[in-house]
Write a protein that binds this ligand. Structure first.
Ligand code: GLC
Length: 741
């Protein structure tokens, strides 16, 4: 059941306005430009703002991106409302991905919390801050499922699983949009990138994508379907081709599927110049042809390519393009503007007073700390090295230990540079005297520049000696290392996903003088940490955890919060294992014991992930037992209840993510060996146990056919329950089509 965010009562107003519009005015609604020298794409033409402001006054722009601030937006809105013939207000959009000014963990990190309420609240706060800054629309959530950590944009999504991705997509859309788009705190959301961008070949950004319709339907599309069910107001297409067709020009995806069978009623915005890039893809000879292909395929708004501005009029006039296509696109844009209440009050969100009182509020930072704590994943903790004790002498080392910028992550919207709480600041609050600290080695200058290529200092060992000196004298070393914010994100694909620069070398030397080392890992992607996993006794995955990172990380290091995060994406041993994901097919020669040859594996590396999907340790321990199904046989239409007993057998209160997986043993096409089909995050006191139950309907056991039909097949199924995608309790049942008796 889809939530519709477009009130029916607006339809007559949309139709009436459309009737008044000239073709030129209609086309004006379909152009979107940045009104600020802030290019979230290949560095566009500089000095365009003045010319574009003129276009606003001429009614040739319908929406604006990257301009923020109540005052600035009010000024431009006044031009559109007062100087154009029909006074149609503009939409103002921005990439509010994991916060506007208050930063939450990067989305991949926040997905590791598996806490949908917390995730929804982060998006809600992001919307409140962005709307206070005058914005109507965010280009989020990015819901691209991806299995390749080389791709820089893994930081922006919810990882490798379509079910978790769908749950997170739903929560984010509900968080951004709230209950009513006309509300002053509402932000129209945008499901992107439609579709398949996360499967860019070899993890290279913008690369070609080739997927079967079966994989498209069962892996890529479920989060988009979930976003639609949550009432997402807009979609964005992408830069990739799908089977050679640029998705911006893909009529199957946008017309047949999204606007056809899915009945989506809102606008589809192109990605930055993705209409123009139809030419570079080699699928159009010029911008006129690109404009025709894109409009025919259902791309309603042209972001930054000029194709619609320059060519739609002549395409209609020469009969190549039916004006009805333009009317449909304009209706969708107007539908969004009416739903946001812009025609009732175009300046509703442009109040500088509200902006000052709302943005960066203390309660927002409280949530930032809370959700960051929940997102941290304890990957390893040999001999319970963690939590730290107050009487221990700590040596704090590493290029990211005092870094106040990296935790803000990529896609940081209007976060103030160097405004995050560093680990050094967080830890210092716990220890009375000064912590021994040494940077150990540089990675890069900490200044964040979205469009800047990263260089890191490979040879500079100047600080090694000082770092080793404090390591030698300490009870425990806390090494804060990983990637800077700019090493993941758009255009940030890496062929080597180890610790950048000299970090591992520094770690090796530290381990020579002190074997009690905690690695706090800041990263926007899974990294290949085979050596670290063997030699560093404790590893805490801290992602880029946002404005309150230092406090959240310290809360976990000191035991004030028991870590509860679980991996939304597998960690490989080697980059050569990628793409790596838990929900793979069996294949005809499933991987067998090492040393055997004619089986599916790499001969030179342990076949398993270093840390599997769903993995995450705690300071306590949980035991799963008594996995039960009520029956061994079910029939179509039955409900299937699964129960398991969870017990906290450790020494402290903690949370466990109880994960429910399914395997459909025989189907055509074959189904994955494991599919996440449910999860619950449960908190138990020391010694407490609880019966956790899940309920499936037999319809939940199906899968999408290549044609987009939901199919349920009778047969044998396996059920698995546990605290990760490995070490699972197992049971099985048979599903019959009907009860013959
Ligand atoms: C970028 C991204 C897209 C973003 C858009 C506007 O290139 O691909 O996700 O929303 O341009 O900034």
């Amino acid at each position: 059941m889809s939530v519709s965010v477009f009130p029916e009562e607006n339809e007559p107003r949309i139709e009436a306005l459309l009737q008044q519009m000239s073709l030129d005015e209609k086309i004006g609604q379909l152009n979107q430009y940045a009104l600020r020298e802030e290019h979230t794409g290949p560095l566009g033409k500089k000095g365009q703002v003045a010319k574009r402001m003129k276009l606003v006054a001429e009614g040739k722009i319908g929406s604006v991106l990257n301009l923020t601030g109540a005052k600035a937006i009010r000024e431009v809105q006044q031009i559109a409302v007062k100087q154009t013939r029909l006074g149609i207000p503009l939409l103002f959009a921005y990439d509010v991905i994991h916060g506007y000014e208050t930063m939450f963990p990067v989305p991949l990190g926040e997905s590791a919390s598996w806490d949908l309420t917390a995730i929804e609240k982060s998006s809600r706060i992001s919307a409140i801050e962005a709307a206070a800054a005058g914005l109507h629309w965010t280009f989020a959530p990015m819901v691209d499922v991806t299995r390749d950590a080389r791709w820089g944009r893994v930081m922006e999504g919810a990882g490798e699983d379509p079910y978790l991705g769908a749950q997170v997509a739903w929560a984010r859309v509900r968080g951004f949009q709230g209950d009513n788009l006309a509300d002053i705190n509402a932000l129209a959301a945008c499901a992107k990138h439609f579709a398949g961008y996360g499967f860019s070949e070899s993890g290279k950004d913008y690369n070609a994508v080739d997927l079967s319709r079966h994989t498209l339907q069962n892996v890529v599309l479920p989060p988009f379907r979930a976003a639609l069910e949550a009432g997402v107001a807009t979609f964005m297409n992408g830069f990739n081709t799908l089977g050679g067709v640029p998705v911006t020009a893909d009529a199957y995806l946008q017309r047949d599927l999204l606007k056809g069978s899915w009945k989506f009623a809102g606008p589809v915005v192109s990605d930055w110049n993705s209409i123009g890039e139809i030419i570079t893809h080699g699928a159009a000879s010029d911008k006129m042809e690109a404009a025709l292909l894109a409009m025919t395929a259902g791309s309603d708004i042209d972001m930054e390519s000029d194709a619609y501005l320059d060519h739609l009029q002549s395409l209609v006039e020469d009969g190549s393009l039916d004006e009805k296509s333009i009317d449909d696109a304009v209706s969708r844009v107007l539908r969004l503007k009416f739903a946001l209440g812009l025609f009732d009050d175009p300046y509703l969100r442009s109040s500088s007073e509200r902006e000052k009182s709302i943005i960066g509020a203390a309660r927002h930072h409280e949530h930032a700390r809370e959700v960051a704590r929940k997102s941290l994943v304890l990957l390893r903790n040999e001999n319970d090295l963690l939590p730290l004790q107050k009487d221990q002498k700590i040596a704090l080392i590493g290029p990211l230990a005092a870094d106040k910028d990296t935790p803000l992550g990529n896609w940081r919207a209007r976060a103030k540079s160097n405004s995050a709480i560093s680990v050094q600041e967080g830890l210092s609050a716990y220890f009375d005297d000064d912590l021994d600290y040494s940077i150990g080695c540089q990675i890069v200058e900490s200044s964040f520049d979205f469009a800047k290529k990263i260089e890191f200092a490979e040879e500079d060992k100047t600080h090694f000696a000082a770092a080793l000196q404090i390591a030698r004298e300490a009870d425990i070393v806390v090494a804060v290392m990983g990637e800077t914010a700019n090493m993941s994100g758009e255009g940030r694909s890496r062929a080597d996903i180890g610790l950048p620069g000299l970090q591992q070398e520094l770690l090796r030397e530290i381990c020579q003088v002190n074997d009690r080392v905690v690695l706090v890992l800041m990263t926007g992607r899974p990294l290949a940490l085979a050596w670290e996993a063997e030699n560093i006794p404790a590893i805490l995955l801290a992602w880029h955890a946002g404005s309150q990172a230092g406090h959240a990380i310290t809360d976990v290091l000191m035991g004030a919060y028991c870590p509860s995060g679980k991996l939304p994406m597998s960690f490989p041993r080697s980059v050569g294992q990628l793409p790596m994901y838990y929900n793979h097919l069996s294949t005809g020669r499933p991987t067998a014991a090492p040393g055997l040859v004619f089986y599916q594996h790499h001969n030179d590396v342990d076949r398993r992930p270093l840390y599997p999907f769903g993995h995450g340790l705690s300071y306590t321990s949980f035991r799963f037992e008594n996995l039960k199904l009520e029956k061994e046989e079910y029939y179509f239409g039955d409900s299937i209840r699964v129960t398991v007993e969870l017990k906290n057998i450790g020494a402290t209160k903690g949370e466990e993510v109880v994960q429910l997986y399914l395997q459909d043993l025989v189907a055509m096409p074959a189904r994955p060996v494991l599919e996440l089909k449910g999860f619950q995050k449960i908190e138990l006191a020391q010694g407490e146990s609880r019966i956790v139950s899940f309920q499936w309907e037999t319809t939940d056991l199906g899968y999408w056919t290549a044609e987009g039909e939901w199919k349920i097949e009778a047969g044998m199924f396996r059920v698995f329950v546990g605290g990760s995608s490995e070490h699972l309790l197992e049971s099985n049942f048979i599903l019959n089509e009907k009860d013959e008796y």
